[in-house]
Design a protein around this ligand. Structure first.
Ligand code: SF4
Length: 207
């Protein structure tokens, strides 16, 4: 499995030399906020909102101290903005009270924050802190299943499967590459298998 993963990375790297997250951010706080807001919403929408809201909200304290109604008003262009405003406010209050206003650098600590699941925590860990992280978003989930890297369906179980076989120094790289491949080639509907360099390694293609 390790050799297969190394080969996947080797073949995808030239295709996605700048593989990374689509969400724009300048620091872990902005990525955490963006990831919470991006649930059931496009990254593009969150990026354009981010240009405005991060002028006003520069730290967790700024969000924690803002009245909920005002935060809702600022977020009302995103889906489920009321629920997300509430979660963000709780999350930022916990960041201030539990972590001194700093986004922690571990999945275990981050997932104690309201609204933060393993995917979001790993996204911040790998995307902003550049630490080893298996980021199981819907693209990673689909591509890793098709490639036969896991037979699990639950994202947390997929992460655990891959943590066992992917060396630390390859985790974030593999995550970014599979996410990019899932968006561009191994799409949910009509994957472009004929132009995929992973055909001979792919359980789905060869089944
Ligand atoms: S061969 Fe097809 S199914 Fe397999 S990884 Fe490539 S695009 Fe996805």
């Amino acid at each position: 499995m390790r050799e297969k993963i190394e080969e996947i990375i080797k073949r995808l790297e030239p295709l996605y030399p700048n593989a990374g997250l689509e969400l724009k951010f300048k620091d872990p706080f902005q990525l955490l906020v963006g990831a919470i807001l991006a649930a059931q919403e496009s990254d593009k929408k969150i990026n354009s909102l981010g240009d405005k809201i991060f002028e006003k909200y520069k730290s967790p304290k700024d969000i924690a101290q803002t009245p909920l109604e005002e935060l809702e008003e600022d977020l009302k262009s995103v889906n489920f903005y009321r629920r997300k405003a509430k979660l963000l406010k709780s999350c930022c209050s916990a960041l201030v009270s539990e972590f001194g206003g700093e986004v922690p650098k571990s999945v275990d600590e981050m997932t104690k924050l309201p609204g933060v699941g393993r995917k979001t925590a790993n996204m911040v860990l790998g995307g902003s802190y550049n630490l080893p992280a298996i980021i199981v978003d819907r693209h990673f989930l689909r591509v890793s299943q098709r490639l036969g890297l896991t037979d699990k369906k639950d994202p947390d179980k997929v992460e655990m499967d891959l943590l066992e076989v992917v060396p630390e120094n390859m985790r974030t790289k593999l995550s970014m590459l599979l996410i990019n491949h899932g968006k561009n080639v191994c799409t949910a509907r009509n994957p472009k298998c004929e132009e995929c360099p992973l055909k001979d390694l792919c359980a789905y293609y060869n089944s």
